[in-house]
Design a protein around this ligand. Structure first.
Ligand SMILES: [Fe+2]
Length: 407
């Protein structure tokens, strides 16, 4: 009898342990991440995941070491994944003080995350730095973890991090997203993530194309984009810079979003015309000026470059080709030298394991480096006088440096 009881207890414990490892059953908060849906100086959006049975979403925050903690409730949304139904929680904390350090934790009132920290942006424009990462996709995320942690360890003053798309290889694989979030732990819960959607965010585990339902459920961004593309296409201001984020996935998404380039063109025109920021920076997954052997996405070039030229965009950043490339200033599709006029087009390289051997420097490239040996990352420093872009290998070696000074 004793053996039978012991056996039953072991079975129950094993079942519980198994249940806890299934995403649908996990009661404690996981994948805590900061993004912005509102102004960086006074708001902070926080998301996290739990199992399906947790429906309460609470953030407890305090101005570090000072004021008593405030608890806010947010929204909980059930999301169907290939690993079962989970709950994605989201809270937008508002009315924060600018340039202020906050301590926070998230949970349902019973199961809480560890404490994390964030700092709001200054009210007035001051110089700032942020980190940029090329495609982190792959079937493992250890190298992405090394890249993001190394980059942040060397740049503790970075105020946010930007991922240019293809964050994961299979956008509908919850296992890969779990790996991506775990790799970014202690960073994505400390500085906000700004993401650009890539084509791989639309892929299923059978390599079919589907709506990027996990990406759109996990990443909360400003809702100021065009109808049908909100959360994928958006803009925001930080310091002296205006950031415009576009969606280049016409091949994958046009079945669901007809005329998605026209929608974005109309939106971008108003967006760029409406900003008085000194610097205009655009981010798009597929490069407008490509680096692959074949012709690139001509439709993207025809749609967007006239607007980039007309509204004097300073730089356009892309991913997808897994190489680092910087163009000469390009106006109207032509270029002369580094001192020419027009936007400069960057391709960021790769931050994960995936490399592309068959890419070639193009005639419009002023700098080109294929990071076959190790991943790379970028830092961008922005002030009212200057934008400085620096590109580093994972080992810290400088690959390229570019700056533009205000006239
Ligand atoms: Fe891509």
């Amino acid at each position: 009898m004793r053996r039978k009881a012991l056996w039953s207890a072991m079975m129950i414990a094993a079942l519980l342990a198994y249940g806890m490892t299934r995403p649908g059953f996990v009661p404690w908060p996981r994948h805590v991440m900061l993004t912005w849906t509102g102004a960086p100086a006074t708001t902070q959006t926080i998301t996290w995941h739990t199992g399906r049975y947790t429906t309460e979403s609470r953030v407890e925050y305090t101005e570090s070491g000072q004021a008593p903690a405030v608890t806010l409730s947010g929204t909980a949304k059930q999301v169907e994944t290939d690993g079962g139904v989970i709950t994605v929680h989201s809270v937008e904390v508002t009315e924060l003080k600018p340039a202020t350090h906050y301590r926070y934790r998230v949970g349902d009132g019973l199961f809480w995350s560890p404490y994390h920290n964030f700092t709001t942006a200054p009210a007035e424009a001051r110089p700032f730095k942020f980190l940029l990462f090329g495609d982190s996709q792959g079937d493992s995320y250890g190298l992405w973890q090394e890249t993001v942690h190394t980059a942040y360890a060397r740049n503790r003053d970075a105020v946010f991090m930007l991922n240019i798309g293809d964050l994961v290889d299979i956008g509908l694989s919850y296992r890969q997203w779990t790996q991506w979030f775990q790799a970014g732990r202690d960073i994505v819960d400390t500085i906000p993530v700004v993401a650009v959607m890539g084509n791989h965010e639309t892929y299923t585990t059978k390599w079919e194309i589907a709506q990027p339902l996990l990406y759109t459920a996990f990443f909360q961004f400003p809702g100021n984009g065009p109808e049908g593309l909100k959360g994928k296409v958006y803009s925001f201001d930080y310091g002296d810079a205006h950031f415009s984020i576009l969606d280049s996935q016409v091949q994958e998404e046009e079945a669901w979003i007809p005329q998605m380039l026209t929608l974005q063109k109309d939106w971008l025109e108003k967006d760029l015309a409406g900003t008085d920021k000194r610097w205009k920076l655009v981010f798009i997954h597929r490069p407008v000026y490509h680096n692959r052997a074949s012709e690139g996405d001509q439709d993207l070039r025809e749609t967007f470059t006239p607007l980039f030229d007309r509204y004097q965009v300073d730089a356009v950043f892309a991913g997808h080709d897994h190489v680092y490339a910087r163009s000469y200033p390009l106006a109207g599709g032509s270029w002369s030298d580094e001192q020419g006029t027009g936007p400069v087009y960057f391709t960021l390289g790769r931050s994960g394991i995936r490399t592309f051997a068959r890419t070639q420097p193009k005639a419009w490239n002023a700098a080109f480096y294929n990071p076959l040996d190790q991943p790379d990352y970028l830092t961008i420093e922005v002030s009212d006088q200057k934008v400085l872009v620096q590109v580093f290998k994972l080992n810290g070696e400088l690959i390229d440096r570019w700056s533009k000074t205000a006239y």
